[in-house]
Design a binder for this molecule. Sequence first.
Ligand SMILES: Nc1ncnc2c1ncn2[C@@H]1O[C@H](COP(=O)(O)OP(=O)(O)OP(=O)(O)O)[C@@H](O)[C@H]1O
Length: 313
Amino acid sequence: MIEARGLAKRYGAKTAVDGITFDVQPGKVTGFLGPNGAGKSTTMRMILGLDRPTAGSVTVNGAPYANHKAPLREVGALLEAKAFHPRRTAYNHLRALAATHSIPKARINEVIELTGLGPVARKRVGGFSMGMGQRFGIAAALLGNPQTLILDEPVNGLDPEGVQWVRHLARGLAAEGRTVFISSHLMSEMALTADHLIVIGRGRILADAPMDEVLAGSSRERTLVRTDDAEALAAALGSGSGPVEVRRPAPGRLEVLGVSARGIAEAALSRRILITELTPQQASLEDAYMDLTRGEAEYQSLTTDHRETPGHP
Ligand SMILES: Nc1ncnc2c1ncn2[C@@H]1O[C@H](COP(=O)(O)OP(=O)(O)OP(=O)(O)O)[C@@H](O)[C@H]1O
């Protein structure tokens, strides 16, 4: 269990984390999402005692990280910035880590087996591919058989088999009653892995809810429309009441949010506008995330409303 209360971090004039309060519950995979620069890594670093909060507090399994006598047995972490000696072998690294916590040698072999590192365990980590490096980082995180796992972008650089492996691993650890806290930018993967989501933007919490609720929150229906008169249809829909949004991904095409397909057809019929395609879209985590974080990104591209639509060249 991770408990953050009014947790804040400022770097000079920059507020990276702005007084956030949340719990990460055991027995679940909790996804930690947010645009670049939202404060995810800073939050994870504070949980692990690597950054000192400017205000507030955070505990893991009931105590601040630094107060745990054997922290590797409490919390296992994979962080983006790794500090491994490149000339040491994976096995020797794990052995050195294990020695600091009186972890038996048998456990080293267990985590090597579990993470599929067997063939490279005696090789220097400096020569590892990105995927092997991730597997090695996860092996180190699991070494102390900790109750809580914190994984910052664990699927970064992994091939599809590796991505699936991390998903099964995370779900298996949660099923054993452990606390699993994972950050990722891969929405489709997060949708399959997490039970609960915490979404932050500019250092503040935008959502803290079960996956189902976050998906339901994006219940604004989304429909792709092709028409000979996009201009007129957009104007007709825009004049309706409610949270309607009409995007213009390409000439002759509209992406309509907040109106049913029938509502769009009726609006078109009443104005004698020809529709050549009307395709309702399934709510995805990516849609829900985009809705939640719109305007929250620190670095925004100018083309966010021009997303490619599969099957529509
Ligand atoms: N050591 C530092 N000194 C100054 N500013 C920092 C420092 N570390 C982070 N920041 C700033 O704090 C903000 C939050 O950064 P953080 O790395 O926590 O975001 P993030 O959500 O992990 O982003 P990403 O998805 O890009 O990894 C950013 O604006 C970043 O530039």
